[in-house]
Ligand binder design. Structure first.
Ligand SMILES: [Zn+2]
Length: 339
């Protein structure tokens, strides 16, 4: 975490003592606990955790623009944020469940009493949409790319395995769908403040980037992972790299809010773009050498570890990143289909 970034006001609402007392015990014990939670995250097997004040940190990144940055394995499950205009608020993503979303709403209410007009879901994955109900009940309209509405209650089921338990099914079926959908672009005016929502390719096929031009802030959702390996389950990595290139060319000095990891600057976005390039190159080379299956995964995994072993979610995602990219390069990858 770069909590002390110049120009970044940190409203850390998580007393260290709470975080420490939670993971009291030995360091190895804590590591196991964190690893277990991370694995749960990766499988999207989110059970009904109660929210805890150490789940995320509010960071002010511009006048009236805030990021909610969560740690790996936190009960919030992902990053989120909000933008305060002169007559209302736009929230970007709602965490993985109702409890952390209630905490986010409480944090917003410490800053402003203006109505929350819209929630933008940057994509359909449960870790960004699980708290929609909280903001819907607070009067906000949920806005997303049209594919999010089509996939929210169907595609999310796959994260619970072939035979989801009734609780998991009920949870996915209860997700609050977007009220407003768009195809390519939509602009929201919060009084005089413009918030641009743009459809961009790469991570799921239904991703939105939320831009606040007057603050030079871009909420990238899961199109941007800051020094973390990404979830590639629905990804198309070639258009994804083009999306990142476009963002870098058009917004070289922006503050980017990642979906996972800390706040990002252009160099972090470039690092992530280079990870996708390296992954594709290493997998392609191994395939050209005749490798496949476990042999390919093991070989590429060892190569990636040298450069990316210290990134978040490395152990959790590296094997799947390789296998899914091998499928993609072979033209065999199944990704969600627009309906
Ligand atoms: Zn995510």
């Amino acid at each position: 975490m770069r909590a002390g970034d110049p120009g970044t006001e940190v409203l850390d609402w998580s007393p260290r003592s709470t975080r420490e007392s939670q993971s009291s015990g030995t360091i190895p014990g804590m590591k196991i606990r964190v690893a277990l939670i991370a694995i749960l995250f990766c499988l999207f097997c989110f059970s009904a955790f109660a929210a805890d004040p150490s789940d995320f940190t509010i960071k002010k990144i511009g006048e009236g623009v805030y990021a909610a940055i969560s740690g790996d394995g936190s009960k919030a499950g992902s990053n989120a944020g909000f933008i305060v205009g002169s007559n209302g608020v736009v929230v970007v993503d709602t965490f993985v469940a109702v409890d952390p979303a209630k905490e986010l709403l409480a944090e917003i209410r410490k800053i402003t009493n203006l109505p929350i007009r819209y929630v933008v879901n940057t994509h359909y994955h449960l870790d960004h949409t699980g708290g929609n109900a909280v903001f819907s009940e607070a009067g906000a309209a949920i806005l997303a790319h049209r594919n999010v509405r089509g996939w929210l209650r169907t595609e999310n089921m796959k994260f619970f395995g072939a035979n989801p338990k009734p609780e998991a099914k009920a949870r996915v079926e209860a997700l609050v769908l977007p009220d407003v959908v768009y195809t390519d672009a939509v602009d929201i005016y919060l009084g005089s403040r413009l918030v641009q929502v743009r459809y961009m390719l790469g991570h799921t096929g239904g991703d939105s980037v939320v831009m606040v031009p007057d603050a030079n802030v871009i909420f990238g959702g899961d199109l941007i992972w800051q020094h973390h390996l990404p979830n590639l389950i629905d990804a198309s990595t070639e258009p994804w790299m083009q999306t990142l290139d476009k963002l870098l060319v058009e917004h070289p000095a922006a503050t980017f809010v990642s979906g996972h990891g800390d706040l990002a600057q252009a160099n972090d976005v470039r690092d992530f773009r280079n990870y996708l390039t390296t992954l594709r190159q290493d997998v392609g080379k191994a395939q050209a050498e005749g490798k496949s299956g476990q042999e390919l995964v093991d070989a590429v995994s060892a190569q990636l570890k040298e450069k990316y072993g210290a990134w978040g979610f490395f152990e959790n995602f590296v094997k799947r990143n390789i296998a899914q990219t091998a499928e993609e390069l072979a033209g065999k990858k199944k990704i969600p289909v627009a309906n």
